[in-house]
Design a protein around this ligand. Structure first.
Ligand code: NDP
Length: 272
């Protein structure tokens, strides 16, 4: 029987993970099947336990279950512990479940390896303080930017996130209204505003000349934030498709011990 993996979420039909992992498996010669599971909103934990009892080897977890997966895991990787959210579950040899969060490494690899963006020494603005922002904040700080400002519509959430990052590097918090007069080399949108084709209420002129814009959201059309980045004359205005593939590659590596090449898979998805 082939090793069984899946992504669980609700809704789940839209997920690109099966396509991505099928491409990784083909490329690396790993023998596995990867399915979609529509998680039950009430009985998510039962669905996960059943999947692993039936021989499943690993799960990706997506909206709205990442926090419940974090609560369910028997042990946590450092990133998942910090993010208080799990997007990857692995069954350990003793049957216990390990929870990991690969969003941060996915974003950093997309920026630094795929796009050659220098994070070290740069001024970074991270917009948002929800699950995605928590998942990427510590990884960004590890790159030792000159400055990391986390700004959120509800500024107290940004404050709480920054307090949890204490001692890990130079990081400050604020509300969106505090951004006037500041400038950043890289602006990352980790808010959910794009789901309604909106952008966060940020002032024009906060992107430094030659600066970059990155939207965690992705879409077949340019997202609202990518369009905003272009209007600000960003040197690059990128969406989160590369991050999606990179975080999947990290899950694949955790499960199989083999690191797939991401560039051809990003190219296939971009073309589609
Ligand atoms: P959450 O619901 O956890 O957080 C939402 C965040 O967005 C909060 O900070 C919220 O602010 C803010 N927000 C929502 N609407 C607005 C608005 N109109 N203006 C300003 N701020 C707003 O969502 P997630 O963190 O899970 O997801 C955020 C985005 O990241 C989604 O688009 C998701 O698709 C994307 N994502 C992409 C990944 C990838 O691999 N490319 C991986 C994970 C996420 P407040 O606190 O004030 O409510």
């Amino acid at each position: 029987m082939r090793n069984r993996y899946a992504v669980i979420g609700n809704p789940i039909e839209h997920s690109k993970s099966p396509q991505i992992h099928a491409a990784f498996a083909k490329q690396t010669g790993e023998k596995l099947v990867y399915e979609r599971i529509l998680g039950d909103l009430q009985y998510f934990e039962r669905d996960v336990i059943r999947f692993f009892q039936q021989g499943g080897r690993g799960l990706n977890v997506t909206v709205p279950f990442k926090v419940r997966a974090w609560q369910l895991a028997d042990m946590l990787g450092r990133e998942a512990q910090f993010a208080e959210a799990v997007n990857t579950l692995l069954r350990m040899p003793d049957g216990s479940l390990r929870g990991e969060n690969t969003d941060g490494i996915g974003l950093v690899r997309d920026l630094t390896i795929n796009h050659h963006c220098l994070l070290n020494g740069s001024r970074i603005l991270l917009l948002g303080a929800g699950g995605a922002a928590k998942g990427v904040a510590a990884s960004l700080l590890e790159q030792e930017p000159a400055q990391l400002l986390i700004a959120n519509r509800t500024s107290s959430s940004a404050q709480q996130l920054v307090q949890r990052l204490a001692g890990q590097g130079s990081v400050e918090w604020g509300g969106l209204e505090d951004l006037e007069g500041r400038q950043f080399d890289l602006i990352i949108n980790a808010t959910a505003a794009g789901l309604n084709a909106e952008i966060p209420a940020i002032p024009d002129g906060i992107l430094a000349p030659g600066g970059w814009v990155y939207d965690l959201m992705y879409s077949s059309e340019p997202t609202a934030f990518v369009t905003w980045g272009r209007s600000q004359r960003a040197a690059k205005s990128l969406d989160g498709l590369g991050m999606l593939v990179e975080q999947a590659a990290e899950s694949f590596f955790l499960w199989r011990g083999v690191r797939p090449e991401t560039a051809p898979v990003i190219a296939i998805l971009s073309a589609a």
